[in-house]
Ligand binder design. Structure first.
Ligand SMILES: [Zn+2]
Length: 282
């Protein structure tokens, strides 16, 4: 190819809007964008970007194939090509500086917790902050260079095994919790304090709700400190109540850490009948 042909191709490319864009992430992952509850995403991004900006870190943006930017892309996707399970509710695809969220699954997941007490986790006062915390968790995976989403392997369904995947999940949780804790303690800087305090309050409320939900849904296992209430329901993540209690302790300290150690005692006890015939912890 001669010099003139190469120059012509470059000139055409520079004039074409498609040439300056990175590939369409929706097409790449075979996803369909949605506007369902999109205000929740906008509000969550606005809140957590205050903290990311204060840290000098790249910020989140709502992905739009017309407008690629620097930072972490949030892909807000519909349910046509992806399973409607909690495992697929929110994740970082391998090798992408992006997070995929399914609002329909997120919404029904939090509605599940809204039946326990007076907090409606699905409303605009709460869901952006719950989502904000989990987006910071996903950010922690990207920031730490973790290799994409956690894939389950065969394992005991009520286990306390330490796995590599659980360790990575804990690192991502700690990234989110430490960031919130740092700015919640800086009461002199109103904007960052407000953003962090809203997430901190939401996590405390969620910790309380998850405890209530365990007792209501799983009373028998709960009063017996049994594995069916306190152990992990898979090999990729610690159970959600345990995770949120750890987050609450890192963010708020004090009494929250007392709740965590009480939970850990019950979790590690193996249950009141551990030597009996009903079940064994190991
Ligand atoms: Zn994770």
């Amino acid at each position: 190819m001669n010099y003139y042909a190469i120059t012509l191709i470059i000139a055409i490319c520079l004039l074409s809007p498609g040439c300056s864009r990175s590939p369409d992430l929706y097409a790449q992952y075979q996803l369909v964008p949605t506007v369902l509850h999109i205000e929740i995403a906008r509000q969550a991004i606005k809140n957590i970007n205050i903290l990311l900006h204060a840290e000098g870190l790249p910020e989140y943006y709502l992905y739009d194939e017309e407008h690629n930017r620097e930072g972490i892309a949030l892909l807000w996707v519909g349910d046509k090509t992806i399973s409607q399970t909690v495992a697929d509710m929110m994740f970082v695809p391998r090798g992408c500086q992006c997070v995929i969220v399914q609002p329909r699954v997120l919404y029904s997941w939090v509605e599940n917790y809204s039946t326990v007490g007076e907090t409606n986790y699905a409303d605009m006062d709460n869901l952006p902050h719950t989502l904000g915390y989990f987006l910071l968790h996903e950010y922690g995976h990207i920031h730490s260079g973790h290799p994409g989403r956690a894939i389950s392997t065969l394992g005991d369904n009520t286990n306390r095994d330490e796995t590599e995947s659980k360790r990575l999940e804990q690192t991502a949780d700690d990234f989110a919790s430490n960031l919130v804790a740092k700015y919640q303690s800086k009461t002199g800087a109103f904007k960052t304090w407000m953003s962090a305090a809203n997430i901190g309050l939401n996590i405390s409320s969620l910790a309380f709700t998850l405890q209530g939900k365990r007792i209501i849904d799983n009373f028998g296992c709960s009063v017996l400190d049994a594995p069916c209430a306190f152990h992990d329901m898979g090999d990729t993540h610690y159970n959600l109540e345990y995770r949120i209690l750890k987050a609450q302790c890192l963010i708020s300290g004090g009494e929250a850490c007392g709740m965590l150690s009480s939970y850990e005692q019950r979790r590690n006890s193996g249950g009141v009948f551990q030597k009996g015939a009903l079940y064994r912890a190991e």
